[in-house]
Ligand binder design. Structure first.
Ligand SMILES: [Zn+2]
Length: 485
């Protein structure tokens, strides 16, 4: 960093999740230091892959530290690339986030390596030379990345990131280990506070506690994934899911649930566990968890009893398993996974990926989407451009492995299981943190504009919607003066 920049006021810049949902990566420049909050992957379509490989928009070797809010791929997925390109600083995260991030990043590297090998074979088959086709990053890059993690961060305990920047993590209630991060920036004798919401949990769920509110801040950078809608209450969503399961079984079909390996899977397992306990689901119901990553993640979850609501924590501490269901089969191996194909009705099949962009769920969708007896239940967000989104939006036929499949199965979308706060919860969060300036990130542009209107109506002053690469100076801009978008 040049000496001239040392006297400038702190500055934020946005390098992902800017008027879009994935790729979270925000930079804070304070005096001679630069830190990142998250370094996530862009997900969705081929364009996302290009964005992932493109330059970051800053020099990785000049970043002093990364503050990771949570382990979802769209928040941590580009960390190994950052390391590969020269970042040598420390990565701060909670203990659970670190364990989950390791799993998520190793999985991402394995997928990238497989894709690159497949592309190379295809080129060779077509007589082309073995040119480019390097994976975005490798398993070795992930190991290097894990070495750069600092000792685990504890919720509520402030620590110095670099001189002039202190950080406090609070539980965001979104995913095991997830956090909102409040920064206190001190420069030229002036103090400013900035809170990054991370992903804000959906209050009222059964596994994780409600999000903890960070103390008031001068500015917030907040997500708005569901800034334009309200979720159904959790209890109603549970009943809706169980009704969908029973109706499908009566028709003689299977229930396919595309799930995210982290959180949603464990939440659903707990819902099924409770449903068996309450007599709402037969103990003999066959449940398949066909996702190696979800199986590993479930083990990590069981290591952190303190992270859960009291009934779940108590069960874990007493040696019980909140994620156990009598008829549960966890299928790690591909051969076991193929055996599920023999079952045409009466089973619940959970498989990744949640947005149906890859993974074993594609095989199950190919076998069941065209069957009127079966059902597909979506319990999470699916970004624009993904197969999941096409099905949710009512596509009559879709392409899977180059085959056109008619969509005849019953499609359910149950938002109450969402790990993201809805519009009212986001408005309440912003109101409580009470910033002079609000920066919206992590939302589709239309949703963001709708949420910005709701915020202004509720009395919010400056609301920003930065584009990718845009900078925002933390100077004395009058409220409203800097408002745009
Ligand atoms: Zn998330």
């Amino acid at each position: 960093m040049s000496p001239a920049s040392a006297s400038r006021p702190p500055e934020l810049s946005f390098h992902g999740a800017a008027r879009e949902v994935t790729g979270s990566c925000h930079r804070v420049v304070c005096g001679p230091h630069q830190i990142l909050v998250d370094c996530g992957m862009f997900q969705g379509d081929e364009e996302s892959e290009r964005h992932n490989a493109a330059p970051f928009g800053f020099e990785p070797s000049e970043i002093d530290a990364v503050l990771l809010t949570h382990a979802h791929l769209d928040h941590c997925g580009r960390l190994p690339l950052l390391v590969q390109r020269g970042f040598r600083g420390r990565i701060f995260a909670t203990a659970a986030t670190r364990q989950l991030a390791r799993l998520v990043l190793l999985d991402a590297a394995a997928i990238a390596e497989e894709d690159a090998a497949r592309a190379r074979r295809s080129r060779l088959r077509h007589g082309e030379e073995d040119g480019a086709g390097q994976p975005l990053y490798s398993t070795l890059d992930v190991f290097d990345t894990m070495d750069q993690f600092a000792p685990a961060v504890r919720y509520g305990a402030a620590f110095e990131v670099v001189p002039g920047v202190r950080a406090t993590y609070v539980d965001a209630g979104h995913l095991l280990g997830s956090a909102s991060v409040r920064l206190e920036l001190e420069h030229d004798g002036r103090k400013r506070s900035v809170t990054f919401s991370g992903d804000i949990g959906n209050p009222g769920r059964e596994l994780l506690p409600d999000p903890t509110l960070p103390p008031p801040s001068d500015l917030v950078v907040m997500e708005c994934t569901y800034g334009d809608r309200q979720h159904r209450p959790y209890a109603e969503s549970v009943e809706e899911l169980l009704d969908a399961i029973h109706a499908t079984f009566r028709r003689g079909g299977n229930v396919i649930i595309p799930t995210f390996a982290l959180e949603r899977t464990q939440e659903l397992l707990y819902v099924l566990h409770r449903a068996v306990e309450r007599g709402r689901l037969a103990p003999s119901t066959q449940v398949f968890l066909d996702s190696p990553m979800a199986i590993s993640a479930t083990r990590i979850f069981a290591r952190f009893p303190e992270a859960f609501r009291p009934p779940v924590a108590k069960l874990l501490r007493s040696g019980g398993d909140p994620f156990a269901v009598p008829g549960l089969h966890m299928t790690r191996e591909v051969a076991q996974s193929r055996m599920i194909n023999a079952i045409t009705g009466g089973a619940i099949i959970m498989a990744g990926s949640g947005m149906c962009t890859g993974g074993r769920v594609l095989h199950h969708l190919r076998r069941h989407l065209w069957r009127r007896e079966s059902a597909v239940v979506f319990v999470g967000f699916a970004a624009e451009g993904t197969l999941g989104r096409q099905i949710i939006d009512g596509a009559e036929r879709v392409e899977i492995f180059g085959e056109t499949i008619p969509v005849r199965a019953r499609i359910h979308t149950i938002n109450g299981f969402s790990a993201h706060a809805d519009r009212d919860a986001l408005l309440a969060w912003q109101h409580e943190v009470g910033p002079a300036e609000t920066v919206l990130v992590h939302g589709e542009h239309e949703v963001m504009r709708t949420f910005a209107r709701a915020l202004r109506k509720a009395g919010a002053r400056a609301v920003h919607m930065p584009r990718r690469g845009e900078r925002l100076r933390l100077d004395d801009a009058e409220p409203g003066e800097a408002s745009h978008g």
